[in-house]
Design a protein around this ligand. Sequence first.
Ligand SMILES: Nc1ncnc2c1ncn2[C@@H]1O[C@H](COP(=O)(O)OP(=O)(O)OP(=O)(O)O)[C@@H](O)[C@H]1O
Length: 240
Amino acid sequence: MPAERQGAIVLDNVSLRLGSADFHFDCAIAQGAITAIAGPSGSGKSTLLNLIAGFEQPDHGRVLIAGEEVSRLLPAYRPVSLVFQDNNLFAHLDLFTNIGLGIDPALRLKPADRQAVSRALSRVGLGGFEKRLPATLSGGERQRAAFARALVRRKPVMLLDEPFAALDPGLRTVMADLLLELHRETGHTIVIVSHDPQEVERLANDVLFLEGGRIVLGAPKAAFFAAEGPASLAEFLGHR
Ligand SMILES: Nc1ncnc2c1ncn2[C@@H]1O[C@H](COP(=O)(O)OP(=O)(O)OP(=O)(O)O)[C@@H](O)[C@H]1O
């Protein structure tokens, strides 16, 4: 593979068909950067993220993370942590247990792991919330808990699928700032699907813009916002 194709995440000529939808992705996502995936509804943003996470596998081509091919690995074996819009906390388990599951699905937690759970909760502003059930939290607090779970996994790649879409605009800004802070601390590679050009502007170093299951523009943020392209791009930029 040529040097310029090296990245924290590489989709090497990946193609996939789901029902009548065809996807083709060929890109390298930079190490330690925040890359936003944007594009109209149905353009393939979640599918691209699912290919990286392992919820979808390519029909052809390869997915590499940190130089290792992971195309056929199940999600649990990939070096990624996930934060989704509905943050998938288990309703009947308290926050300590929910976050501990991020370290070990069998919950065999060593004392250091238990400390890491409490530290992660404090880190996201939920210190002392260990015994709370998800239903007793606000939407923003649940999203913070999902961040805490991603943090304890200590994986070098964090994947977020519209993590703030259900939150009100004020809280969205607070959570975006928290994500930037965590990124500065960890230096992780972050890939975030976003519908919101302001969020892309606030967070991203690089942007991949999708249409019809393909990447129609991949550029650093400044170039992206100055770019001319398909009508869908003009429409996205028009909502700034
Ligand atoms: N399992 C599947 N079977 C059939 N079609 C699918 C499947 N998964 C996704 N699709 C189709 O592929 C297209 C892309 O879906 P995807 O969820 O990746 O888009 P998206 O850009 O994330 O959309 P949105 O912004 O609306 O969430 C859609 O037309 C969707 O209906």
